[in-house]
Write a protein that binds this ligand. Structure first.
Ligand code: ZN
Length: 141
């Protein structure tokens, strides 16, 4: 997707992954943009879930794409997954991290060491990706 580079620049070296967010570009998206980007997000999320689940082999329930301000993704106890439609504006490395993180909650409903180990099996550098994600202002809690 071209547009995400209008929002983010991914800065990467051996030790760090940083996201530079161009604040000026965070406009409230029009309803038309939202509907369009939400469908792009839906397709992307399903594609990535299937991709990473080739490794994990988990089972999930419903997948919802939402307009939410405070989080990128979540997993319910029933195994339903939610993702923020803004995920499409993120660099692919961060999209992957979000997908894998929520996938792993299907197995472990906590953030224990075992949970992170499970994430790390597929995304060994998850720590720097997580940090980069947290540095994005609009979704900082
Ligand atoms: Zn989590």
């Amino acid at each position: 997707m071209k547009i995400f580079y209008d929002f983010f620049t991914l800065l990467k070296d051996r030790h760090k992954l940083r996201v530079r967010w161009r604040r000026n570009n965070i406009k409230r998206s029009s309803k038309r943009t939202y509907i369009k980007d939400k469908e792009i997000a839906r397709a992307r999320v399903h594609q990535k879930l299937e991709h990473f689940n080739q490794y994990y082999g988990f089972t999930w329930g419903r997948v919802a794409i939402r307009n939410q301000r405070s989080r990128w993704g979540s997993c319910s106890k029933k195994g339903n997954l939610n993702f923020n439609y803004r995920i499409v504006y993120l660099p692919e490395e961060l999209q992957d991290y979000i997908i894998v993180h929520e996938l792993c909650h299907l197995r472990m409903f906590n953030h224990s060491k075992a949970f992170w180990a499970l994430v790390g099996e597929v995304i060994p550098d998850y720590k720097i990706r997580r940090k980069a994600l947290k540095s994005i202002p609009s979704l900082r809690r």
